[in-house]
Design a protein. Structure first.
Length: 73
C-alpha cells in the first residue's frame, strides 16, 4: 500500500491499480506461455498502466499537498 486509504480516491485507485497489474502479471507468466505476441502485449499494457497510474497518483498527491499548504497559511 503506497498511498494510505485515508486519502479516499487516490488510496483506492492505487490499490485497484496494483491488483490489476498483479493480475496481468499472473496472466502473463502463467497462462500465456505459448502465445508470445499476446504475452508481449500484456507486458506493455502492464507497464503502461504502472507508469500512467503512477504519474496520475503523484499528480493528485502533489495537488492535495499544495491545497493543504495553501489552506494552512
Amino acid at each position: 500500500d503506497l498511498v494510505p486509504d485515508f486519502i479516499p480516491i487516490v488510496g483506492w485507485f492505487e490499490d485497484a491499480l496494483l491488483v490489476i497489474v498483479g493480475g496481468l502479471n499472473g496472466i502473463q507468466n502463467g497462462v500465456l506461455e505459448a502465445n508470445s505476441s499476446l504475452r508481449t502485449l500484456i507486458k506493455y499494457l502492464k507497464w503502461g498502466l504502472l507508469i500512467i497510474g503512477g504519474i496520475a497518483i503523484l499528480i493528485v498527491v502533489l495537488l492535495v499537498v499544495l491545497v493543504f499548504k495553501t489552506l494552512t497559511k
